[in-house]
Design a protein around this ligand. Sequence first.
Ligand SMILES: Nc1ncnc2c1ncn2[C@@H]1O[C@H](COP(=O)(O)OP(=O)(O)OP(=O)(O)O)[C@@H](O)[C@H]1O
Ligand SMILES: [Mg+2]
Length: 394
Amino acid sequence: MLKRAIGPGSTSSSLTVSTGEILCASPAMIETVRVARASAGSSAKVLITGESGTGKDLLARYIHTHSDRSQGPFVAVNCAGVAETLLESELFGHVRGSFTGAYRDQLGQLQLAHRGTLFLDEVGEMSLRMQALLLRFLENGEIRPVGGDEPQSTVDVRVIAATNRDVEARVAAGELRADLLYRLRVVHLPVPPLRERPEDIPLLVDHFIARSGRRVTVSPAAMRVLMRHRWSGNVRELQNAVEQTLALLSTDEIEVEHLPPSVRTQSIKLVEEGERRRQVSDDLYDALVRDGYSFFDHIHPLFLSRDITRHDVRELVRRGLTTTHGNYRALLTLFGLRDDEYKKFLNFLGAHDCTVDFRPFRHGERGAGGATRKPRVLFAGVPAPGRSGSDAAS
Ligand SMILES: Nc1ncnc2c1ncn2[C@@H]1O[C@H](COP(=O)(O)OP(=O)(O)OP(=O)(O)O)[C@@H](O)[C@H]1O
Ligand SMILES: [Mg+2]
């Protein structure tokens, strides 16, 4: 069912796909689910690709549920981590006596999936010999059990395969047969990683909270942090972060400080090779001023771990002073600092050559002394803002 989204974070133009299982509001995921839904009506083979934890399994089940095979079996076979001979027997069955321990004839999963769907998970891991056997089945529907001389019954099975591998690269490396890939990829469903579809996050978060049975809301700042996080483990990692947060939560609202430290810190760690430094200070500023981070809890560790440079800190201070019209003390509120941290803050700036002359920022501020006013010495031993003189050059 497609319906207009009303969840937090979704724009009025976005759609929420409510299938009872697959939650999404991002255009990319809505398109993937749309194609999945359209493909459900046929028996075309489907290849689902995407990183681990993006919902490939869920999509395969969704297609089966919406197909006219939904009353038939959904049989999932994981092709990874199974010895080749076992996988062959698992898929095609075996005849009695064909190997040690084969005491009786055994049907394969392909036969068990008759009139239903066979989900070949992690298909990219199959050996080349297994790929040849699978291809033979896909081309003529023949099932030849291990140890059997003759092909046995043909079956009516719809095949859906999934992999988290880069299939083109596997083909180029000679590890995946191109002809098998073409056979499996009649319909291709690429599932984007969660970090590329932040619009889905509010829905997923609400879903995981609801599933816990708790009546808990998420503050807008905390939701922004969740949406900006670079989820490498995808939906599973998000689910884990929500469950972790709920386990320790004693209030009925999730604030930024309740989120797991890895999520809190990494979401403002947007420092990537080649990223413009100006953008870094903008991100830091937004994190502090808009998202409720605090200077010593979040920015300072990034500086110590060299994820941000003194130039970034200086730019951040400049941005702050622009807002406060050169008032250093007003940075306390802006940067999430306590009053008793003022000296520590100034010491930090002084020690790392990050002190910025406040005078140019005073222009336009009524009654604040103006640019001609001599800078105060704020604390003994701490250079007055504007006296370091080194910031202007860098
Ligand atoms: N859109 C979604 N809505 C609700 N739950 C989701 C969604 N996507 C993923 N999940 C949940 O996230 C978890 C991981 O999903 P799933 O097992 O389908 O991923 P996968 O791509 O098959 O992962 P893997 O590559 O590790 O096999 C599951 O618990 C699933 O229910
Ligand atoms: Mg899976």
